[in-house]
Design a protein around this ligand. Structure first.
Ligand code: SAM
Length: 468
């Protein structure tokens, strides 16, 4: 391509990848254009082909890595090219943290009052492998064929993860290096037994077949392992011998649950549950508190980093007054903050999570916490208990509803501890509070999901002196 004109669709270009975007795609600059190249590693020199251009942004397909650059590492996982779950595996872990930090800094810039935000370096995992305490594997009768497989290979059974962008095909995962250490062996046995016992995997198009999901969870505190087998029917004559054989092969499994999902939607939580072995739950520890986790409970997937997150939030939310925990889930953050507070009020939409939160408070002897069930957009404006001195907010990726922001502006807590998994949504939510005089006094990012572009961060805001 000649230097004089701007690149068009189909052109081949050579680029040095400078960083990543929020989806983990490599980004480079070409004249005035920003070029996005999925799969390209920061620091690498690549050849790419322009797929489309839109308002100063170009999407290009990676053709060849000409030089790998200083941060390239050989991916550990045999499935790295086809799985798509760990899009950063080619990047040295220290470089992943640096890239995530740089991206966060750019995204949060609108919140900086005098041009600077106190963003701490991203706290990485001590061990970025085998960190996940939960994996949800899918059974399917259409296996994703890996490039280079010989023709005619059997493709009628798979147990693993969806191939990227393919809801109808599943990659047969042999080993997953981010799952807890025992998970891969259990997965392999579960696959072998299903085939030996001729159990039908789910057909994602026809909505037929028995086996749907295999969910594996582990408590890092106690070592307990929970297996949840999601099936389309009760089918005890098939499921019980299958469970017995899996338990015989893996005595490390402490509890086995069958969950029945008769609906077409492919979710790993059924309408009814049957405990076939053990107690039906495992117990995990975070921030010195114990939490009961059943097959359907939400729980952060990286125990070591979730512990750090809960302790960080508890430190920042420390007060002898009232703490509100908005979007509290099973209550982890609010309960961690309860020791110094006079009272904690948790707000949560999902009834099962509220029930978990109440039980978790009771089991940990926390007597000063109560929980309000319902949509925060309605429950927070209507709540007539004591107003908050400190608010914790840990919303889902979409962030907080405008009505919740409006309620926070009326309540004027002295401090807000906002936990974000989506910094762009955090900026949108927090800008109105900034114009009310709140200042971001600290940003503490943590990597909960090594080898992926996701980042969690704790933003601490202090209100103006006259706030409450
Ligand atoms: C990111 S999770 C945080 C959970 C919890 N803080 C923890 O660390 O385990 C977000 C939570 O917000 C809840 N949620 C989502 N929309 C909500 C709403 N409109 N009102 C109240 N809670 C909501 C979800 O059910 C989920 O439990």
């Amino acid at each position: 391509m000649k230097e004089s004109r701007r690149p068009r669709r189909g052109d081949e270009v050579e680029l040095v990848i400078e960083g990543v975007d929020a989806r983990g795609h490599g980004v480079a600059t070409l004249s005035a254009d920003r070029v996005r190249v999925p799969g390209a590693v920061p620091g690498a020199r690549v050849r790419a082909q322009v797929r489309r251009r839109r308002r100063g942004a170009i999407d290009a397909d990676l053709l060849e890595t000409v030089e790998r650059g200083p941060w390239f590492v050989e991916p550990r996982c045999a499935h790295a090219a086809s799985c798509g779950g760990c899009s950063f595996q080619h990047l040295a872990y220290e470089a992943q943290l640096a890239q995530l930090g740089a991206l966060l800094e750019r995204t949060l810039r609108p919140l900086a009052a005098d041009g600077a935000l106190a963003i701490e370096p991203v706290a990485g995992c001590d061990d970025p492998w085998n960190y996940r305490n939960k994996m949800d594997f899918t059974f399917a009768n259409r296996r994703w064929i890996e490039p280079g497989e010989e023709e005619g290979a059997d493709a009628h059974f798979a147990l693993g993860l969806h191939a990227p962008g393919r809801h109808d095909k599943v990659l047969d995962v042999e080993r997953c290096d981010i799952a807890f250490a025992e998970a891969s062996a259990i997965l392999a046995t579960a696959r072998r037994l299903a085939r030996e016992q001729e159990l039908a995997p789910w057909d994602l198009r026809e909505h037929a077949g028995l086996l749907r999901h295999l969910v594996l969870r582990k408590s890092f505190a106690t070592g307990e392992i929970l297996v949840s087998l999601v099936t389309s029917d009760d089918a005890p004559a098939e499921v019980e011998p299958y469970a017995a054989a899996l338990l015989a092969a893996h005595p490390e499994i402490t509890t086995f649950v069958q969950s029945v999902n008769t609906r077409p939607a492919s979710i790993a939580v059924g309408e009814r549950e049957r405990v076939l072995h053990g107690e039906g739950f495992i117990t995990e520890e975070l921030a010195g508190l114990r939490f009961r986790i059943s097959a359907a409970s939400f729980f952060q997937t990286n125990t070591a980093q979730a512990d750090r997150l809960a302790r960080t939030v508890a430190r920042r939310a420390s007060t002898d007054g009232t703490v509100y925990d908005l979007c509290c889930g099973a209550g982890v953050l609010g309960l961690a903050a309860a020791a110094s507070a006079s009272r904690v009020v948790g707000f949560e939409l999902v009834p099962a999570a509220v029930a978990d939160a109440r039980r978790n408070a009771g089991a940990n002897g926390v007597a000063n916490a109560r929980f309000v069930e319902g949509d925060l957009a309605a429950t927070l404006p209507e709540f007539d208990g004591p107003p908050p001195d400190v608010c914790i907010a840990d919303p889902p990726r979409a962030g907080l509803h405008p009505r919740v922001i409006a309620a926070l502006r009326r309540l004027r807590p002295a401090r807000l501890v906002y936990v974000s998994c989506n910094p762009a949504a955090a900026v949108r939510d927090l800008l109105p509070l900034r114009s009310d005089g709140y200042r971001v006094v600290r940003v503490e990012p943590l990597d909960l999901f090594p080898h992926t572009p996701h980042l969690e961060c704790v933003l601490t805001l202090e209100g103006p002196a006259e706030a409450r």
